[in-house]
Ligand binder design. Structure first.
Ligand SMILES: [Zn+2]
Length: 209
């Protein structure tokens, strides 16, 4: 029995949009980070916002990151990143779902994402494969959507992998659960090839989120 291991990295593209009524467009629009922070300093306290912009016009909306925080309590490096509009910091906050929730932000659609890492079919001679799924930024994606894409199988075919003992240690409910942290799956590749499944291409845009 030959064992193998691969890592898949979920890499969301762009930012998590927010949906909100734009007073200027007078209708509901998507809002995205503008790429700038606003920092207000008053003596020893700071207010920091991530500035969002309507996708259609220049109307802005501020997401509170820190409200009256003492400068001593803020990591000086982070403070500098706010002052210099560091885009990694903007991105990190754009995917901070608890922060968005605290701001009562209504989420727009989950952004598209890449799944970096080798296809199991590219591995020769591996019979038992463990796959670790990690996130560059944690986005709410269902395990089934990752598997259909990466295995080029339909949803019903992936469900069948459970019944056939190809995907081990998972339940049908696990497949439909939104993943919130990294996890490792076990795939019996030797068994998968015995099933002789017709592979399908499942474009990303047919995913059910
Ligand atoms: Zn607008």
């Amino acid at each position: 029995m030959t064992n193998g291991h691969v890592n898949w990295l979920i890499m969301p593209l762009g930012y998590q949009p927010i949906t909100k009524r734009c007073p200027s467009c007078e209708t509901k629009k998507l809002f995205l980070p503008s790429g700038t922070f606003r920092v207000n300093a008053q003596k020893k306290t700071l207010d920091v916002w991530n500035i969002y912009k309507c996708e259609k016009c220049d109307y802005t909306w501020n997401i509170d990151i820190h409200e009256r925080i003492n400068t001593n309590k803020l990591d000086p490096d982070v403070h500098q990143r706010y002052l210099h509009n560091d885009l990694d910091e903007v991105r990190r906050h754009a995917y901070d779902y608890s922060l968005l929730k605290r701001n009562n932000a209504e989420l727009g659609p989950t952004p598209p994402y890449d799944i970096l890492g080798p296809s199991p079919y590219a591995l020769s001679g591996v019979e038992q494969l463990s796959i670790t799924i990690d996130f560059e930024q944690v986005i709410p994606v269902r395990l089934i959507n990752i598997l259909t894409r990466k295995l080029c199988l339909s949803r019903s075919q992936v469900a069948r992998l459970l019944d056939e003992g190809v995907l081990v240690g998972l339940t049908p409910a696990d497949l439909n659960r939104k993943i919130k942290h990294s996890l490792t799956l076990h795939l019996n590749l030797a068994r998968l090839y015995q099933l002789d499944l017709p592979f399908v291409n499942t474009p990303a845009d047919v995913e059910v989120s």
